[in-house]
Design a protein around this ligand. Structure first.
Ligand code: NOJ
Length: 553
């Protein structure tokens, strides 16, 4: 709470201090533990998110083509337990059910992605348009709007049509720019009368680094030192082209906005009095969020990326930098192609300077940065190995965006925490804590003057978590994947998030503590339902032992 200043003549000086503190809102900047009670600006948009491959299932139904994730997940050894998104949450068949959950939460917006190969089975518009795929998204959009929920639509959440990967090498090839533009144009044409918020790419960092550098994600290529930079280069150009297409052909009629969703961890110097650590932490963020944001807001890659990759490329005896360059025309074409910035944020790292050897064989995106990442073992990490809860990093990242890119309009497009698969506990107190603290840091950032217009909890449902399969659960709603019907159960965090939404923030300590207590109390009935269902499905699981005997008879 802001300290109260009791007015009296001799307290004038203190009052002035209080007022200026409220203005700058810097009173908690170095106090990580403090909680700020207050509300969000009127009209702030609350939401939750999902993506097509992670939730839809129906991977080969109704004329859908293959995506690189269908193919990748079917290869042995790529995904934990060799799981796939073949059926996932069966979201394709559960549009009405899922919109009911969104309604139950009283969300203002819902973020989902369109599967490119569901609309264009080969990825190429002139080959074939799958009208059944169009109908699916028509139904979802209409149903959301009937319920006064604003759709925020991502055009690329990682599921590239497999044909484009096989024919052209996917994002290694410049021809993706035109193919993606045709797909986006089709979406604007068919859905743009109803969809007013478009996100071109979700987390291109992951596409580039995990898809084309480390190979942990589809398409699984390990083109170390060059693959990620090349993929990112084409993605940035594709984003810009789609923005221009919307701007010149659709904006006047449809009056929507086109942005991109960038992910970024915050990087904090290990030693804030050490210049080398300060620079290394800055490099960490520039190589992450800045890699994409700087061209889009300023027209070119961050200077530090050009310097470091350029210098290492020379040391490796290469004639040119492994980081591609934009021509002057491209720079001005790319600069300013963002009506709002989507920010996906989950965690923070401590960063220290570390020189890496620059031999040609060891070249990689990671070694180009000359830094080491550290974590504080006291940070909570209930689920994913990489996801430590460090709320204060969120406020710093948002302030970084504000100062670096001219205070753009921001929608937080992803933020949340996971738990392990085996955790069938619906009373997810740790998620309540995570949301409470991260959302509070976002509120502080807004008080700092950061222009955040909306927040998207990640994710609505438990779902396919890429190479981790179903082993990590991010959902507000638990999904029972062992049951063919994929029933959804609310976790306690549903109740808590709902309260934040209905109060548009955090009214006071007593109330917020009350929400938490009530949320944890009410989830015990859902826990019982789930436990009963689990017992039942265990009984069913024993049935096959009996069947062969009947067969023999
Ligand atoms: C970012 C990705 O966009 C999303 O699909 C994923 O579920 C989250 N990270 C959590 O790993």
């Amino acid at each position: 709470m802001l300290p109260r200043c009791a007015f009296s003549v001799c307290h004038v000086l203190m009052l002035v201090l209080c007022l200026s503190a409220a203005e700058d809102f810097d009173w908690t900047k170095n106090d990580h533990g403090s909680f700020y009670y207050g509300t969000f600006p009127a009209g702030f948009s609350w939401g939750a998110g999902s993506s097509a491959y992670q939730t839809e299932g129906a991977w080969d139904k109704d004329g859908k083509g293959l995506s690189i994730w269908d193919v990748f997940s079917h290869k042995k050894g790529k995904i934990q337990q060799n799981e796939t998104g073949d059926s996932s949450c069966e979201g394709y068949y559960k549009v009405k059910d899922d919109v009911s959950l969104i309604k139950e939460l009283k969300l203002n917006h819902y973020r989902f992605s369109i599967s490119w190969p569901r609309l264009l089975p080969t990825g190429i518009k002139s080959d074939h348009i799958n009208e059944k795929g169009i109908q699916h998204y028509d139904q979802l959009i209409d149903h959301l709007l009937e319920n006064k929920i604003t759709p925020i639509v991502t055009l690329y959440h990682w599921d590239l049509p497999q044909v484009l990967q096989e024919k052209y090498g996917g994002w290694q090839n410049i021809s993706m720019v035109n193919h993606f533009n045709e797909f986006a144009n089709l979406c604007f044409e068919r859905f743009g009368n109803r969809v007013k918020y478009w996100i071109t790419f979700n987390n291109p960092w992951s596409v580039a680094v995990e898809g084309y550098e480390t190979g942990e994600h589809a398409p699984g290529l390990k083109l170390r030192g060059t693959g990620a930079y090349r993929a990112a280069h084409h993605i940035i150009k594709a984003h810009a082209k789609v923005w221009h297409t919307y701007d010149t052909q659709w904006r006047a009629k449809q009056k929507g906005l086109v942005g991109i969703s960038l992910s970024g961890d915050w990087g904090e110097p290990v030693d804030i009095s050490n210049q080398k650590d300060i620079e290394a932490a800055e490099r960490y963020v520039q190589f992450y969020l800045g890699w994409f944001a700087t061209p889009i807001f300023h027209g070119d890659y961050p200077q530090v990326m050009k310097d470091f990759i350029g210098k290492k490329s020379v040391q490796q005896g290469l004639g040119t930098s492994r980081l591609p360059t934009f021509s002057p025309q491209e720079k001005s074409y790319i600069k300013g192609t963002c009506d709002f910035l989507g920010v996906g944020h989950f965690t923070t790292r401590y960063i220290t300077q570390k020189n890496n050897p620059s031999s040609r064989s060891s070249s990689s995106y990671f070694s180009d940065r000359d830094l080491a990442e550290l974590v504080d073992p006291r940070w909570p990490d209930p689920g994913s190995e990489w996801l430590y809860s460090v709320p204060w990093g969120f406020r710093r990242l948002l302030n970084f965006v504000k100062t670096q890119y001219g205070n753009p309009m921001i929608y937080v497009t992803e933020n949340g925490v996971s738990e392990k698969m085996l955790c069938t506990e619906l009373c997810d107190d740790w998620r309540i804590q995570y949301y409470k603290d991260y959302i509070n840091e976002m509120l502080k950032a807004i008080k700092d003057g950061v222009n955040v217009k909306g927040y998207t909890a990640w994710s609505l449902l438990d779902k396919f978590e890429w190479d981790e399969g179903y082993s990590e659960r991010f959902g507000l709603y638990y999904v029972d994947f062992r049951n063919k019907n994929k029933p959804r159960y609310p976790k306690a965090s549903v109740q808590f998030y709902k309260r934040i939404i209905s109060s548009n923030g955090f009214p006071n300590q007593r109330e917020v503590e009350n929400w938490r207590r009530k949320a944890v109390e009410t989830c015990s009935s859902s826990n019982q339902l789930l436990a009963a269902a689990t017992r039942k499905s265990k009984e069913h699981a024993e049935l096959p032992k009996v069947w062969p005997v009947h067969d023999e008879v």
